[in-house]
Write a protein that binds this ligand. Sequence first.
Ligand code: AP5
Ligand code: MG
Length: 195
Amino acid sequence: MGPPGVGKGTQATILKSHLKVPHLSTGEILRKEIALNSDIGKVSKEYIDNGLFVPDNILIEIIENYLKSSVCQDGYILDGYPRNVQQVKDLHLLLSRLNQSIDVAISLTAEKKELIKRLIKRSKDSGRSDDAIEIISKRQDVYWKHIEIISKRQDVYWNQTAPIIKYYRENKILKEVNGLGTIEDITKRIIKVIK
Ligand code: AP5
Ligand code: MG
């Protein structure tokens, strides 16, 4: 867990080879659906492009399909799910039904200024519609619209996702990890808390 740009995807990609489990990024899954122009993709695009969350019922359906699949039976890393109170409840019910449980919830932290800086930097080559701002000099209106969406995603995180961290803290499975520093140092910190 952690705000946009904190390094969830970067770290999960490294950890999946270390832990030998699949990495499920709901953002990546939704972007693939958009690229395929599927029904889920068509609905999701509108929300993602505006920095808003895609409806919970779509997410739980995606997660259920993954968690039931054979590749997930020895564990998995969830990146970007759950992200609000309803999703915590949905996941909780699903896990009890599947007789699975979460071992650890990792909350990566960093200050907003650094996050915005990383997302602006990434926007130059990510191809992601929710942080693309490559046309800076030509279209100031487009530039500000994208800055607004990068910023909006941060606000949505603080309003909807940050409050669910306490649920995992109360369940004593929360580990907070400083997301500032080199990518390698952060990986070492995460591996240490997992151990
Ligand atoms: P999602 O794809 O999850 O995006 P996000 O939360 O906005 O987070 P990012 O992927 O932008 O950041 P990250 O933390 O993964 O950082 P990264 O490793 O890339 O979700 C996108 C959208 O999909 C949502 O807005 C929503 O619409 C929808 N969605 C997804 N899940 C949903 C759900 N559960 N419910 C409803 N809707 C959902 O790193 C960022 C950049 O920083 C990279 O360029 C990286 O190279 C760089 N970087 C990483 N670590 C470091 C470091 N230590 N130092 C310097 N740079 C670094
Ligand atoms: Mg990501």
